[in-house]
Write a protein that binds this ligand. Structure first.
Ligand SMILES: *Cc1c(COP(=O)(O)O)cnc(C)c1O
Length: 406
């Protein structure tokens, strides 16, 4: 019965070009990565534009060495959850450093390190979203925020993408004692930025809190890479900030930075914090090196290289889009969506690139809305100008075939 049902579901996915499959990486995350299509298949080198390793720190020698040093010092695993015996001085130091980074933007901030951003988001929304609260969630929020809102006891309202006026109206109608606005900072499939200054002004006006998930901003946005709050120059005690550490920071995990009473409440009540084994202290140790790189000259140089790549890519894509009928998203960040429309067309485009040795992910529903299947091109500071040129030429070759077929 179960198996019949699953096989029907699998056939339906296939029919809609929605089946997802994993490729196997045989080398470190980097623009040049050796990849096989299936177990036992030959691995071949691909030029990749799909990781979230925006600064190229995942395989940076200093970060890798720090990870090894951390493992030698603290062992491979933490052995228990933070509240039992798994909380190490490496975790503690990392939290101290992150609190120092965010303090100019979240006054008196303390930081709390989590195993993943998914778990951090569940923690914040379930621990704060009590039954006398309302969560105001942006429609394009990441799945982890959606799941956190589902698990919370709070009432949930969704406001349309970037629609500050609609949110204002919803807040005005709301009479629960606690109100939390919940948003991605950089939208993960579109690359555009939430209007955070306006959202914070609304929070002030309506005595609400603003929860910001900066998974794609931490490390890359702001003069010193401190993320979207530095980028917009925002500061408020009403902010509850979530940064992830497996993307630009190149390692793993995430953190919440907020008022000490918020952090204390999470430590004591958030189930996705309490009931899980602490991340390896070596990861926290490696992250201290990532942070030093991000805020130093090397981080600034890498952010500048990334900005060059983004400008080069967008400049080259504009004429191609006009020819092939693709739509380039309005994004100034490392996430550059090339919207193709139909699922099969997105898969075919990604397949045509792969045949030319280039890997870009095709993103389909339910991750994005039906009819907006896309290539999600992500750039890294490790991409050379030649790499971006190669992607543009491969897309141009494909655009010509598309044009010929049309
Ligand atoms: C990746 C991502 C997360 C989850 O972070 P992980 O550390 O990968 O679990 C949360 N929010 C957004 C917007 C993301 O892109």
């Amino acid at each position: 019965m179960l198996l019949e049902r699953l096989s029907r579901a699998a056939a339906a996915r296939d029919a809609q070009a929605l089946t997802r499959r994993r490729r196997i990486a045989h080398s470190a995350c980097a623009p040049r990565q050796t990849v096989s299509a299936a177990p036992g298949d030959e691995a071949r080198p691909l030029l990749t534009f799909c990781s979230n390793d925006y600064l190229g720190l995942a395989s940076h020698p200093a970060v890798v060495a720090a990870f090894a040093e951390g493992a030698a010092r603290y062992g491979a695993g933490s052995g228990a959850s933070h509240l039992v015996s798994g909380h190490s001085v490496a975790h503690q130091r990392l939290e101290g450093e992150l609190a120092r980074w965010l303090a100019p933007h979240v006054p008196h901030a303390q930081a709390l390190y989590f195993c993943t951003g998914y778990m951090a988001n569940l923690a914040v929304l379930t621990a704060l979203g009590d039954s006398d609260a309302t969560l105001f969630c942006e429609t394009l929020n990441h799945a982890s925020l959606i799941d956190g809102a589902r698990l919370a006891r709070a009432a949930v309202r969704r406001y349309p993408h970037a629609d500050v006026a609609a949110l204002d109206a919803q807040l005005r109608e709301c009479d629960t004692p606690l109100r939390l606005i919940v948003t991605d900072s950089v939208f993960s499939m579109d690359g555009d930025l939430a209007p955070l200054a306006e959202l914070l002004a609304l929070a002030d006006r309506h005595d609400a809190w603003l929860v910001v998930d900066d998974a794609h901003g931490f490390g890359v946005l702001g003069e010193r890479g401190r993320g979207v709050l530095e980028h917009f120059g925002l500061s408020s005690e009403r902010l509850i900030y979530i940064g992830t550490l497996g993307k630009a920071a190149g390692v793993a995990g995430a953190f919440v930075a907020a008022h000490p009473l918020v952090i204390d409440h999470l430590i004591n009540t958030a189930r996705s914090y309490i009931y899980t084994t602490a991340a390896p202290p070596a990861a926290a140790h490696a992250l201290l090196t990532s942070l030093a790189l991000i805020e130093g000259d090397e981080g600034a140089a890498r952010r500048a290289r990334l900005a060059h790549g983004i400008a080069q890519l967008r400049g080259g894509l504009a004429p191609l889009c006009a020819r092939a009928g693709w739509q380039l998203g309005d994004s100034a960040t490392a996430i550059q969506p090339l919207i193709v429309g139909e699922n099969a067309a997105a898969l075919a485009l990604s397949g045509a690139l792969e045949a030319q040795g280039i890997r870009v992910g095709a993103i389909r529903p339910p991750t994005v809305a039906p009819g907006t299947a896309r290539l999600r091109i992500t750039l890294s500071a490790s991409h050379a100008a030649d790499d971006v040129e190669r992607l543009l030429s491969a897309l141009a070759a494909t655009a010509m075939t598309t044009e010929a077929a049309a």
